[in-house]
Design a protein around this ligand. Structure first.
Ligand code: BGP
Length: 476
C-alpha cells in the first residue's frame, strides 16, 4: 500500500451525533423517521410525535462525547475520519440568510480535535439529512431554489473549514434513489415524497438533475475557495452479475448496472450518458434541464469517486419477482439469489471478490481515483460479562475485503486513495433504524429502544484494525 493510503473509519452525523435539537439545530428529514426492525420499514412521520421513538435524536450522543470518542479513534491509529456535516446545524431551516454560529463552532471544535490527534477529516456535505423545512415548504430537490440553498451551505462550509478539511464529497449514495419503490431513498437523499398519480421515475430524474447541478456548483465554488480541495461524489456500488452466460442475462445485468452508474457517469464525465437521454425520450419525460445547467455540469466534474460497497446482486432475464422496495437487491424485479455466496443476518451478500470486480469496473469506466468510504459487516454483537465483544466474524469479513482491495491495487492497477470501514463506532442503522445491527470496532451500550449506559467498549476488532493500520495493511 502507498504510505499515504488513508486508513480510517466512516460515520454520518445523523446516525451517531445525537443532539438533534441542541444549540439551534433544526429538524432534518431523518429526524422524523421512526425506528424500524427486522423486515419492518422505518416510518416517515409528518412531524415529531411525542409518543414515538426516533433513534437518531440521541443516537450515541457523540455531540456531547466527541473528545472521548476521538481519543479512541486516535488510539486505533486512524489516519482519517469520514463523517458528515448536519446541514440543519448550519442552516436550521435551510433558507436563512445567516448560518447558525453554534453549529459551525461544533465542527470547528471537532475538526481541531481530529487534527490535533493526527486524523484527517473527510467530509460529506449531505448524508441523508436535509433540513425538514426545505422538504416541507419547498418540496426538497424538486425545487430549483434548493440548488441555491445547497450551494450556499456548501460555500459556508468550504469558507469556514478551508484550512482544516481537504477531502469533500457532495451527496452520499446519491444513486440509492434510483429505487423509487422504496420511499425512504427519495426522502432521505432529496426531501421528496411522490404523490399518487405521479410518475416516480420522472420525479426522480428531475430531482437527480437538480442535485447533479447543485453538486457541480459546489465543486466549482469549492475549487475557487481552495484549489487544493479534493471534491468527490459518493455512490453506492452494488455490482450486478448476470445469472448465467445466456446473452439475455448478460444484457439484463448490463442494463441494471448502468442504472447504478448513471449518477457517477454525470458527476465524472460532466454530461448525460446516451442511454439516459434515450430513456428520457422513450418515456416522454418532461424534464427541466436548461442549457446553462449543462455548462455547469461540464465544469463541475469531481476529482474522485467515493463509494460504499456492501454486497453484490444477481439478475436473471426471465424472472419477475415481487422484490419491489427491497433494500437488498435495489428493488430489481429480476434479481435472484446467488447460490455461491453467503449472506449476513440482514440478507446482504458477503462477496469480497465483488469488491475487486466493482473497483475494476469503476476504474475502467472513469480512470480517476477511487475512495472506498464505506464497507463493513452489520451483525448482532454480544457483550460478555467482562465487557468484551468477540467479533471474529467482523474481522474475517474485513480481512477478505482488504485482501480484495490489495489485489485491485497491486495486481489490477486500480488507484485507491483509502479505506474507511463503515460505523467504526456502533451507530444507528440507516435502513432499519436499529442499534442491534452493529458495524463498529467500538461497542456502545445502547439498545433498540434507546436504553443503555452509552458506555464505550473496545471489541476484538479494535486491536486487530490498529495492527492493520500500523503495518499499512501488511498484517491482516
Ligand atoms: C449506507 C449508508 C450509511 C449506512 C450504511 C449501512 O447505505 O450510506 O448511512 O448506514 O449504508 O446501512 P445500514 O445502516 O442500513 O446497515
Amino acid at each position: 500500500m502507498d504510505k499515504n493510503f488513508l486508513w480510517g473509519g466512516a460515520l454520518a452525523a445523523h446516525q451517531f451525533e445525537g443532539g438533534w435539537n441542541q444549540d439551534g439545530k433544526g429538524p432534518s428529514v431523518i429526524d422524523v423517521m421512526t425506528a424500524g426492525a427486522h423486515g419492518v420499514p422505518r416510518e416517515i412521520t409528518e412531524t415529531i410525535e411525542v409518543d414515538k421513538f426516533y433513534p437518531n435524536h440521541e443516537a450515541i450522543d457523540f455531540y456531547n462525547r466527541y473528545k472521548e470518542d476521538v481519543a479512541l479513534f486516535a488510539e486505533m491509529g486512524l489516519k482519517c475520519l469520514r463523517t458528515s456535516i448536519a446541514w440543519s446545524r448550519i442552516f436550521p431551516n435551510g433558507d436563512e440568510d445567516t448560518p447558525n454560529e453554534a453549529g459551525l463552532q461544533f465542527y470547528d471544535d471537532l475538526f481541531d480535535e481530529l487534527l490535533k490527534n493526527g486524523i484527517e477529516p473527510v467530509i460529506t456535505l449531505s448524508h441523508f439529512e436535509m433540513p425538514l423545512h426545505l422538504a416541507k415548504e419547498y418540496g426538497g430537490f424538486r425545487n430549483r431554489k434548493v440548488i441555491d440553498f445547497f450551494e450556499k451551505f456548501a460555500i459556508t462550509c468550504f469558507e469556514r473549514y478551508k484550512n482544516k478539511v481537504k477531502y469533500w464529497m457532495t451527496f452520499n449514495e446519491i444513486n440509492n434513489q434510483m429505487d423509487t419503490n422504496n420511499p425512504i431513498f427519495l426522502w432521505t437523499n432529496s426531501g421528496v415524497s411522490v404523490a399518487e398519480g405521479e410518475n416516480a421515475k420522472e420525479v426522480m430524474y428531475q430531482v437527480a438533475h437538480n442535485e447533479l447541478v447543485a453538486s457541480a456548483k459546489a465543486v466549482i465554488a469549492g475549487k475557487k475557495i481552495n484549489p487544493n480541495f479534493e471534491i468527490g461524489c459518493m455512490v453506492s456500488h452494488v455490482p450486478i452479475y448476470p445469472y448465467s452466460c445466456n446473452p439475455a442475462d448478460i444484457m439484463a445485468a448490463e442494463e441494471a448496472m448502468r442504472q447504478r452508474f448513471f449518477f457517477a457517469d454525470v458527476h465524472v464525465r460532466g454530461y448525460y450518458p446516451s442511454y439516459a437521454m434515450k430513456e428520457f425520450e422513450r418515456e416522454g419525460y418532461n424534464l427541466d434541464i436548461r442549457p446553462e445547467d449543462l455548462e455547469i455540469l461540464a465544469k463541475g466534474t469531481v476529482d474522485y469517486v467515493g463509494l460504499s460497497y456492501y454486497m453484490s446482486t444477481v439478475v436473471k432475464a426471465d424472472v419477475n419477482n415481487d422484490n419491489l422496495g427491497n433494500v437488498v437487491n435495489g428493488g430489481l424485479p429480476n434479481s435472484v439469489e446467488n447460490p455461491y455466496i453467503e449472506t449476513s443476518d440482514w440478507g446482504w451478500a458477503i462477496d469480497p471478490e465483488g469488491l475487486r470486480y466493482g473497483l475494476n469496473r469503476l476504474y475502467d469506466r472513469y480512470q480517476i481515483p477511487l475512495f472506498i468510504v464505506e464497507n463493513g459487516f452489520g451483525a448482532i454483537d454480544e457483550l460478555t460479562e467482562t465487557n468484551e465483544v468477540h467479533d471474529q466474524n467482523r474481522i474475517d469479513y474485513l480481512v477478505k475485503h482488504i485482501e480484495a482491495i490489495k489485489t485491485a491495487i497491486d495486481y489490477d492497477g486500480v488507484e485507491i486513495m483509502g479505506y474507511t470501514p463503515w460505523g467504526i463506532i456502533d451507530l444507528v442503522s440507516f435502513t432499519t433504524g436499529e442499534m442491534k445491527k452493529r458495524y463498529g470496532m467500538i461497542y456502545v451500550d445502547r439498545d433498540n429502544e434507546g436504553n443503555g449506559s452509552m458506555n464505550r467498549y473496545k471489541k476484538d476488532s479494535f486491536d486487530w484494525y490498529k495492527k492493520v493500520i500500523e503495518t499499512n495493511g501488511e498484517e491482516l
